[in-house]
Design a protein around this ligand. Structure first.
Ligand SMILES: [Zn+2]
Length: 201
């Protein structure tokens, strides 16, 4: 097949083929769609990809995605800065915020501890979280890691580091089914989990 298309088109097919869930046939279809599309549309897609990679960075405080140095949640003065909700990924913030039940700020770990996948505690933003808690303003940490083995293990490790700090540590109530992820929990289940959070320490 590679001999049939031009080199430039082959590169685009290969790039689409590298995307998650895109097989060779779909990659070919997408590449031909771009080839036939109006210039504005195709170049708009290219620019959107470029902008995502050049403009979006991590919030200096909570490591959420943002385009400024500090994200819109951290710079919102109406938020309760004394309560930090700890999540694995920025996508979890979106799910929790959709419930409208959160007035707290966040801390994005950047994943969970998974030694078999080569992810150690030092690869996450745990040190930064401990520093934030040490700042003295924080009264409560809400653990909202995913309710599965990796998320629970990460949560327990963080709790062991924060136990001596004296701050209250809670976790979301287990309306969220064990083994699932925050990202895919429904709004109602998340709202119950937020309002019914339980004290851990
Ligand atoms: Zn932030």
């Amino acid at each position: 097949m590679s001999g049939v298309y031009t080199e430039t088109l082959n590169i685009l097919i290969d790039e689409f083929g590298n995307l998650p869930g895109v097989g060779p046939k779909t990659a070919e279809r997408l590449a031909f769609y771009v080839l036939k599309a109006e210039s504005d549309e195709a170049l708009g897609l290219a620019r959107a990809i470029e902008n995502v990679k050049t403009r979006i960075k991590r919030c200096e405080i909570c490591f959420n995605f943002c385009e400024e140095d500090v994200c819109s949640i951290c710079s919102d003065t109406r938020r309760e800065r004394s309560v930090i909700c700890v999540v694995e990924q920025p996508k979890d913030i979106i799910s929790l915020e959709k419930t409208g039940a959160c007035r707290w700020v966040y801390h994005v770990l950047g994943g969970h501890i998974a030694p078999l996948e080569g992810v150690e505690a030092g690869d996450l933003t745990i040190d930064e979280l401990v520093k934030r808690v040490g700042g003295g303003e924080v009264k409560e940490i809400v653990m909202a890691t995913n309710p599965n083995m990796a998320g629970d293990g990460t949560s327990l490790y963080i709790i062991s580091l924060l136990r001596s700090s004296g701050v209250k540590i809670t976790r979301l109530a287990r309306g969220i089914p064990s083994g699932s992820t925050i990202e895919y929990a429904s709004g109602k289940i998340l709202t119950d989990a937020i309002t019914g959070r339980q004290e851990l320490v």
